[in-house]
Design a protein around this ligand. Sequence first.
Ligand code: C2O
Ligand code: CU
Length: 463
Amino acid sequence: MLTRREVLAGGAAAMLVVPHAVKAAPEAVILTAGVIPHTLPGNVGPSDLWLYNQTVALVLRIRRHEKFTAVFRNQLTEHSAIHWHGVRVPHAMDGVPYITQPPVQPGDSFTYEFTPPDPGTFFFHPHCNTVEALGRGLAGVLIVEDPREQGLFDIEHVLVLKDWRSRHDGSFEDFLTDAGAARSGTFGNLRTVNGQALPVLQVPPGARVRLRIVNIDPTRIPMLSLRGAERPLVIATDGNACEPFALNGWRLGPAMRADVAFIAPEKAGAEIVLEDVFSTRPRSLVKLVTAGQGMRSTKAVLRLPAAELPLPDLKAATKLDVQLLAGSADPKLESWAKEMGVSLDEICLTQKVFWSINRQVWPGMAHDKLPPPLFELKSGRSYVAELFNGTPHQHPMHMHGHTFRVLSSSERDLPPHWADTVLVRPKERIRIAFVAGEPGDWMFHCHIIEHQETGMMGYLRVA
Ligand code: C2O
Ligand code: CU
């Protein structure tokens, strides 16, 4: 049989253009966002979910250093875009309406194209009206595979954590409430993993298991624990390999990911349960049961090849102070709005401002009117930012387009690790370091979406 290459070469005489080196180009992935009726576990009626490719917790797998093309088709009734959370994409591919691209109107499409520089567990979601979009399930997982990781594990499961604010009949409760937005967020009542309530998955006895845990919930911060597994380790944070550390008690804020590794018990029928142990009554999220052909992983190395990220130069780094504070529509906002010739009503869809970064608030849920940047940075220069939380709530702070090094906490022993989202607890000061990347405006915000949409968002301008 002829290979594709031979076919192309054989037909070359008749072709006008002969490609130099014929390489099977990976096909573009089509990502269609639409409204899909779907009955969530335990409900009697369907919910109007917003999904990519009609799939709850869609998983895409692509390869590091290989060009990825995704055609986004918007079949929602509102404009949208795709933000590739945690992937160091070119600025024009970052998927923030008004800032990196025009919003994709209903019926329109937009082509994303980038070559992922780093392997890992990432995810994607829209960046406008995110509280409703995520509330209705519009997010997917992006796994960037690396040939260096081949053969390290016998099995892996992707576990997507998400709660739903659905009623029994399938309708949804408000995604944003004043009481929630002004405190720790509005929680869902139905807890799921991969869209199912307490799913049961299998792992071979004795297998080297990798779990890619992704928290796409807009609010909940589970404290993870694996019951029944011996010494489960976090081997990657936000997709990036780390010096392995004990999982139990690790808090996974919204948007954060943890890759967890362990050796499954050798006997069949053993149960390993992923739990949220935040409250005194632990909550089971997913069950893994050993079944099938046993494996003997005598010399298991439960770690990933080291991350290859731009290393900040701590000695030469410029210091940045970031204060996470309560906020109100401060006078600056009003004078700014006046300057722009708009009323606050017009720009603040919620009209609610509860939070600020450095006393600067994001004016409402829209991105179409820009406040000044939080910081102006120089591409290629190193920065150490100290994030101080002056509020009584936790904030998972996310920076677009950059993977930063979490250096230390003033309050706890924090293993140094790479991240794109870091949880800052009340009164805590967390130091992070990074090298400013590609020029452009890069969003910086809390990933408790109600906080993001009521003020706790800004951007870094890299020039
Ligand atoms: Cu996952 Cu700006 O967000
Ligand atoms: Cu927050």
